[in-house]
Design a protein around this ligand. Structure first.
Ligand SMILES: Nc1nc2c(c(=O)[nH]1)N[C@@H](CN(C=O)c1ccc(C(=O)N[C@@H](CCC(=O)O)C(=O)O)cc1)CN2
Length: 296
């Protein structure tokens, strides 16, 4: 391994410590931040991620509100749960855990979320603010994984200004939304968004200063396609069974041998995942601070 590590666990711990101080100050002023989660069904991955969000809240002093619905629930019942969270004054921000079960219109559910309570930063109004306000500060929640990636890179002293970032995958939570953040004036990167219709991905990857791999395809970024010294961020989460131990483990989108070529690489696990969780808490605290300021 020659690449330096972008340690998401360490950065997230630092962010959480800063947030703990900010939450204590809010509580002293009488504002109690509360994060809600809406989980539909019992997918083990989603159940684990939601439990992690509540553990994180307890760690920094944020109250948590948990709504769990069975997988057989109807679209209308999910929408009613969203409306209840919109109306709950103890819930200052919340998320709808994705993916929702097959047959549910996810976009309709997400559009019902009150944009001011959208802790994931994925509501069309909040994504739209990123489209319209490219040079002003943003005063609404930012998409957690993209914000976490940028924070992790910049925190390690790497400037993204003028860099060519090749993003692999066009999903809403990462691929599509990270371009909106990277091309803001404050960051100033140049972005190529690649997807299943892209011709000659290897050639584009070789031209990248920074690669963000978020396709969910193990090994789609091969070591031979990484330019020497490039920054490589692995967002892929695929589960596989280790043939030696028989245990399930997470594999990313980047071939492990890429660490011999890259200048910087995010481990997976331990890179982007912990940053996603930290940014969710940051969105909740930012929102609570805005609420407290408006009430003064
Ligand atoms: N409403 C949302 N749904 C989903 C999101 C999201 O940001 N908002 N992202 C993913 C799941 N996710 C959070 O919800 C998430 C995934 C992974 C991690 C994480 O810390 N991963 C660890 C490894 C965990 C493992 O071993 O399985 C790591 O990278 O170190 C945090 C959050 C889809 N749904």
């Amino acid at each position: 391994m020659t690449a330096q590590i972008l340690d998401g666990k360490a950065a997230a711990a630092q962010i959480k410590s800063e947030l703990t101080t900010r939450v204590a100050a809010l509580r002293e002023q009488g504002t109690v931040p509360g994060l809600g989660t809406l989980l539909v069904g019992s997918d083990p991955g989603s159940t684990w991620y939601v439990a992690g969000k509540h553990r994180d809240c307890a760690e920094v002093g944020i109250e948590s509100i948990r709504v769990d619905l069975p997988a057989e629930v109807t679209q209308e019942e999910i929408e009613a749960a969203v409306r209840r969270l919109n109306d709950d004054p103890t819930c200052t921000g919340y998320i709808v855990q994705l993916p929702l079960p097959a047959g549910i219109d996810t976009n309709r559910v997400l559009e019902l979320v009150d944009p001011e309570k959208d802790a994931d930063g994925l509501h069309p109004t909040n994504l739209g603010r990123l489209v319209l306000r490219t040079s002003e500060p943003i005063t609404s929640s930012l998409p957690c994984t993209p914000a976490g990636i940028i924070d992790l890179v910049e925190r390690n002293g790497i400037s993204l200004a003028g860099k060519h970032v090749v993003v692999v995958g066009r999903g809403t939570t990462v691929g599509r939304s990270i371009g909106l953040l990277l091309t803001r004036k404050a960051v100033n990167a140049t972005v190529t968004l690649t997807h299943t219709g892209t011709r000659d991905l290897p050639a584009l990857l070789r031209s990248a200063d920074v690669i963000v791999a978020a396709a969910g395809v193990p090994g789609i970024v091969r070591a031979q396609d990484v330019a020497p010294g490039a920054v490589v961020i692995d967002v892929g989460v695929s589960r596989t069974t280790d043939p030696e131990t028989g245990r399930s483990r997470v594999v990313g989108d980047v071939e492990p041998a890429a660490a011999e070529v890259a200048g910087w690489i995010s481990p997976n696990p331990g890179g982007v995942g912990p940053m996603t969780r930290a940014m969710l808490l940051a969105n909740v605290v930012d929102t609570a601070e805005r609420l407290a300021a408006a009430a003064r």
